[in-house]
Ligand binder design. Structure first.
Ligand code: SAM
Ligand code: DTB
Ligand code: SF4
Length: 326
C-alpha cells in the first residue's frame, strides 16, 4: 500500500496517545508483542572512511578520537558471533566503514564471514556502504539475511548531513539489494537537527520503498565529540516515540529496531517505545564505536515488562536446521 505525504503528515500529527494505541494494535496483529529480537553488532573494519557523514565517528573529515582498525580476520569475527549467540542474540550484524564495496580479497573475506555466521544458524546481516547488484548476489549466495543501508534523513535535508554521496546513491544500493532477494534493513537517525517535516518525509520514503524494509532501525543521534554534530541538543523524547509509532503503523510487518542512542534514553521511555511497536534492540556493550546499555539493564527491563527475547531461529526453518547441526 502506498501512502501519500499528506497521509503520513496527518498520521504524524495525531495526538501521541492515539498514535501509540493504534501502533500497539498494529503490533499485536502482526507480531508476538511478548517477543524482542536481540541483535549484536560488530565493527569489522573501523574508521578511515572517506564519506563526510557529519554524525559519524569514522569519517576522515571529522576529528573523533578513534583508533582505526583494518579488516578483522574471519576467525576472530566468528568467535565474536559465537559469543553473541551464546549470550542470546539471534542476528549478527557486521559493519565496515567503507563508502562502497570494492571487489577483491577484502570483499571475499566478508563473504566468508557471512557464510560462517549463517552456518552457525544465526541471521547474518552486514552494512558495508554502497553495493552493486553483482556484489549483492554474492552476499546472498554466502547466506546473507539482510543488508543494512540507511536513508538517515529526508531527501530535502540530506545534503546538510552528507555531501559526498546522494540520496539516489542510497536508493540505487537498496534496489540492488532487492534485486538479489536480500531483505533490507533501512531506517534513519533522529536528532540531526532536522525539522518535523524532514522526519515525516523520511517515514514517507521508507514506507513507500518496494518492497518495504524487513527491518527499520530508528537511531537517535549519539553526539560524538569531534564531529560537527557533537554538541547538538538531544531531540525531545516524545518525537522519538512518535516516529516509532508512525513507523509501526506504516510498516506493520517490519521489525522496528531501537538502534543507536539507547544508553541515554530512560527505561520508561524505552518501555513506551516497545508499547508503540518497537520489537528489536541491539544488545552488547558496544554498537559499532559507541557504548550501548549493559545486558543486565536490557534483561531487567524486558523482565519487568514481561517481554522475552525472541527464541532463536523460531521463524526460519533453514537456520534452525543449521543451528542444530552446528
Ligand atoms: N559505512 C556504512 C554506511 O554508512 O552505510 C555502514 C556503517 S554506518 C556507521 C551505519 C549507520 O550507523 C549509519 O547509516 C547511521 O545511520 C548510523 N550511525 C552512525 N553514526 C551514528 C551516530 N553517531 N548516531 C546515530 N547513528 C549513527
Ligand atoms: C543502524 O542503523 N544502527 C547501527 C547499525 N545500523 C549498523 C549502527 C549504530 C552506530 C552508532 C554509532 C557508533 O557506534 O559508531
Ligand atoms: Fe563512512 Fe558509514 Fe560513517 Fe558515513 S556513516 S562516514 S559512510 S562509516
Amino acid at each position: 500500500m502506498t501512502h501519500t505525504i499528506e497521509e503520513v503528515r496527518a498520521l504524524y500529527n495525531r495526538p501521541l496517545l492515539d498514535l501509540i494505541y493504534d501502533a500497539a494494535s498494529a503490533h499485536r496483529e502482526n507480531h508476538d508483542h511478548h517477543e524482542m529480537q536481540m541483535c549484536t553488532l560488530l565493527s569489522i573494519k573501523t574508521g578511515g572512511c572517506m564519506e563526510d557523514c557529519k554524525y559519524c565517528s569514522q569519517s576522515i573529515h571529522n576529528n573523533a578520537d578513534l583508533e582505526k582498525e583494518v579488516l578483522m580476520k574471519t576467525a576472530e569475527v566468528l568467535a565474536q558471533a559465537k559469543a553473541a549467540k551464546e549470550a542470546g542474540s539471534t542476528r549478527f550484524c557486521m559493519g565496515a566503514a567503507w563508502p562502497r564495496v570494492m571487489d577483491g580479497k577484502a570483499f571475499d573475506r566478508v563473504c566468508d564471514m557471512v557464510k560462517g555466521v549463517s552456518d552457525m544458524g544465526m541471521e547474518a546481516c552486514c552494512t558495508l556502504g554502497m553495493l552493486t547488484e553483482d556484489q549483492a548476489h554474492k552476499l546472498k549466495e554466502a547466506g546473507l539475511t539482510a543488508y543494512n543501508h540507511n536513508l538517515d534523513t529526508s531527501e530535502e535535508f540530506y545534503d546538510k548531513i552528507i555531501t559526498t554521496r546522494t540520496y539516489q546513491d542510497r536508493l540505487d544500493t537498496l534496489a540492488n539489494v532487492a534485486k538479489a532477494g536480500i531483505s533490507a534493513c533501512c531506517g534513519g537517525i533522529l536528532g540531526l537537527g532536522e525539522s518535523e517535516e524532514d522526519r515525516i518525509s523520511l517515514l514517507h520514503t521508507l514506507s513507500n520503498l518496494d518492497p518495504q524494509p524487513e527491518s527499520v532501525p530508528i537511531n537517535m543521534l549519539v553526539p560524538v565529540e569531534g564531529t560537527p554534530l557533537g554538541t547538538l541538543e538531544p531531540l525531545d523524547i516524545f518525537e522519538w516515540i512518535r516516529c516509532i509509532a508512525v513507523a509501526r503503523i506504516l510498516m506493520p510487518k517490519a521489525m522496528v529496531r531501537l538502534s543507536a542512542g539507547r544508553l541515554e534514553i530512560s527505561k520508561e521511555a524505552q518501555a513506551m517505545a516497545f508499547m508503540a511497536g518497537a520489537n528489536a534492540i541491539f544488545t552488547g556493550e558496544k554498537l559499532l564505536t559507541t557504548a550501548n546499555p549493559e545486558s543486565d539493564f536490557d534483561y531487567e527491563l524486558l523482565g519487568a515488562l514481561g517481554i522475552k527475547p525472541r527464541e532463536p531461529y523460531k521463524y526460519d526453518e533453514k537456520l534452525s536446521e543449521k543451528a542444530e547441526a552446528a
